[in-house]
Design a protein around this ligand. Structure first.
Ligand SMILES: [Zn+2]
Ligand SMILES: [Zn+2]
Length: 421
C-alpha cells in the first residue's frame, strides 16, 4: 500500500509555487509600505492560548482543534489561527513597552482546523495576517482595511468587496445579545441543528449562519446598531469617515458577526469573485479586550487574516505562474566520460558566481543537447567534448547569434562575471 497525504491536507507542487511566492512577496512588500514587521510564530502552543482567546463555545475550539497531549503530558494544540499566538508573543516579549507604543505585526504560515472536508476547505491551510497593537484610533481601523484592500488589489484578487459592521463592546453588546436571545426563544424550532446549539452557547453566530432557514428566521431579528452605546456609535461613524477619506468602497452589514469570541466594535470581511458568494477571502476586526484578558496590559488592537488558498483560487490561473521558471543563463553541453566531470565542475563554478546553469546528467547526442539548449532560452552554451577536454578549453556559443569562440577553460570565472555578448 502506498501511503498518501492525510485527508484534507495537500501538497503545493512546484508547478503552483510561482503563485504562492508572488502572493507572499507582494504581502511583504505591501506590509513594508505600512511599516509592519514580520513575526514568525510557533505552529503549536499550549491549548489554553486558543481556548481562552478564541472562546470555549466557538466552533473552532469545540470541534475543530488538533489538540493532543505530548509525551510529557502537556496539553498542546496546532494553531487554528494566528491572532491568539500573536497576542501571546506580544505579551511575552513586552512589546507594549514603553507605554503608548504602537506595534504593527504580520505573519505568514499554516493553520490547522479539523473542518468537514469540502471544496476549498483544508485541514492545513495558510494565512497571511496583520495585527496592530496599541491604538483604538478609528483611523487605524480604516488604515488596516486600506492595507488589506491594497494587498488584495496588488496580487490581483478579483473584485474584492468589503463588508463592515461593529459588534459594540462589553458596555452595549450584552443588551443586544439578550434581545437576540429573546427574539430566537420562540423561533428555535426553525433553526438548523447547529444553531439550536448556538442558541444556548453563542447566539450571535446564528446571525451569519449559512443555512437558508436560519437566514430567513433572523431576517427580522434585532440588529446591533440600535444597541450601540454612544462611544461605539461614534467610533463607527469615524471609521466610515476615514474609509471615505481613503476612497474605500464598502457595504454595511449589521448581521455580520465573526466566528471568534474576541472581537469588539469594528469587524469586516472581504469577498472576491471566483469564490462562492458566501465565502470570505479575508476577515478581521478589533479586539480591544483580548490583550488584557490574556494577562497583558489594557492595550487595544485590530487585525485581519487572508486565507491564501482562497486568495490564490480567486486570482485564477492568469497571474504569476512562471515566477520560478525563468530561463537559465547558461546551458552546458558535454560529450565523453572525462568531459562529464569537467562539465559539472564548470557548472559549479558558474553557479558560485551567481549564474543559473543547466547541466544534463545523461549525455545524449551533441545535436539533442544543442536543441535543448536552444529551447531553454539560455543566452550561452558552454560546450565541452573530448577534444576540448584534452586541450583544456571550451567552446562558448552565443545562442541568439549562433557565433562561437574557443576559450581556455581558465576563463570560466571571467565568463561568469561578464558573459560575452
Ligand atoms: Zn443555522
Ligand atoms: Zn458600546
Amino acid at each position: 500500500m502506498v501511503i498518501k497525504a492525510v485527508k484534507g491536507v495537500k501538497d503545493i507542487l512546484p508547478k503552483d509555487i510561482g503563485k504562492w511566492r508572488r502572493v507572499e512577496d507582494s504581502a511583504r512588500e505591501v506590509f513594508g509600505r505600512y511599516d509592519y514587521r514580520e513575526i514568525v510564530l510557533p505552529i503549536f502552543e499550549k491549548s489554553e492560548v486558543f481556548v481562552k482567546s478564541v472562546g470555549e463555545t466557538t466552533d473552532i475550539v469545540q470541534k475543530e482543534m488538533y489538540s493532543f497531549l505530548d509525551k510529557g503530558g502537556d496539553a498542546l494544540t496546532l494553531r487554528p489561527e494566528g491572532t491568539a499566538s500573536c497576542v501571546r508573543a506580544y505579551i511575552e516579549h513586552s512589546m507594549y513597552h514603553p507605554k503608548g507604543t504602537v506595534t504593527p505585526l504580520f505573519y505568514i504560515g499554516p493553520m490547522f482546523r479539523r473542518e468537514r472536508p469540502q471544496a476549498g476547505r483544508f485541514r492545513q491551510f495558510h494565512q497571511i495576517g496583520a495585527e496592530l497593537f496599541g491604538t483604538d484610533d478609528p483611523a487605524a481601523d480604516a488604515e488596516v482595511m486600506h492595507l488589506l484592500m491594497t494587498f488584495l488589489k496588488t496580487v490581483g484578487a478579483r473584485k474584492p468587496k468589503l463588508l463592515l459592521n461593529s459588534l459594540g463592546d462589553d458596555k452595549c453588546r450584552p443588551a443586544f445579545r439578550q434581545s437576540l436571545v429573546d427574539f430566537l426563544a420562540n423561533r428555535k424550532e426553525s433553526l438548523c441543528p447547529l444553531c439550536k446549539e448556538r442558541y444556548e452557547t453563542n447566539p450571535l453566530r446564528v446571525l451569519d449562519c449559512k443555512s437558508e432557514t436560519c437566514a430567513e428566521t433572523v431576517r427580522s431579528a434585532p440588529t446591533i446598531d440600535s444597541f450601540w452605546c454612544d462611544d461605539c456609535a461614534d467610533h463607527f461613524q469615524k471609521v466610515r469617515k476615514a474609509l471615505y477619506g481613503l476612497n474605500i468602497e464598502y457595504e454595511i452589514n449589521h448581521r455580520m458577526v465573526r466566528g471568534l469570541d474576541y472581537y469588539s466594535r469594528t469587524v469586516f470581511e472581504v469577498t472576491a469573485s471566483g469564490l462562492g458568494a458566501k465565502d470570505a477571502v479575508a476577515a478581521g476586526g478589533r479586539y480591544d479586550a483580548l490583550v488584557k484578558k490574556s494577562g497583558g496590559p489594557d492595550v487595544p488592537a485590530i487585525g485581519w487574516a487572508v486565507g491564501m488558498e482562497r486568495l490564490i483560487e480567486s486570482i485564477g490561473d492568469s497571474a504569476g505562474e512562471k515566477t520560478n521558471d525563468t530561463a537559465p543563463d547558461i546551458c552546458i553541453v558535454h560529450l565523453g566520460e572525462r568531459a562529464h566531470g569537467e562539465a559539472f565542475r564548470v557548472a559549479g563554478l558558474l553557479r558560485e558566481q551567481g549564474r543559473k546553469v543547466l547541466c544534463p546528467y545523461r549525455q545524449t547526442s551533441m545535436k539533442k543537447q544543442m536543441g535543448r539548449a536552444d529551447k531553454s532560452g539560455a543566452k550561452l552554451a558552454v560546450i565541452i567534448g573530448e577534444e576540448e577536454f584534452n586541450k583544456k578549453t571550451m567552446l562558448v556559443k552565443n545562442l541568439s547569434t549562433s557565433t562561437q569562440k574557443e576559450h581556455p577553460i581558465g576563463d570560466i570565472r571571467k565568463i561568469a562575471a561578464e558573459p560575452p555578448a
